[in-house]
Design a protein. Sequence first.
Length: 182
Amino acid sequence: MEVVIYRNIKGDFQPKAFKWWKSFASLLGFMLDEHVTKNTSTITVYRREEAATFTIFHSESESQLCLDYLRLQPADPQLVKLIDGLIQHMSLSGEKHIIDESVRTSTFFNGGKVVNADLSNDLSKFELLLIRETIFGFIHLSLDRIIEFQHSGNLEGVAEVLKNISHYQKWLDKLNEQINSK
């Protein structure tokens, strides 16, 4: 199951670009719910259970969009396409992290363009937390497999999964040390 996380998406934009994005959302089948106050607008795009909420801060000269954190699990491809379009066409900056089984991909945006923000091999605290979250997911799946093996009477399968959980625990211990040292 693919998980997509958007973090710190923000930037100034032109109203024309936002108008295009709203049309793009409608083309993809999303509905928009917009609540406007004097200095802000809150926009929720939704379709079935999938939803994302954005905040726009208005000033006299320009508007700034802000999406602090959004976790899509499982990730709806159309919603991912919509948010990627928002970032690119409105020239926003921020992070996109994709976790698909044991594969983790991070994309950093600056002004709507993909950039390589971290040239070092050192993982950030956020990336370490993402890895830890993935390992917790593996443990959860392993516990489900133990239950299945127990119901079928497969004790060898239970022993194998317990061995894997032991490895996951060692990884978690090392990750927690790294996370606590940052």
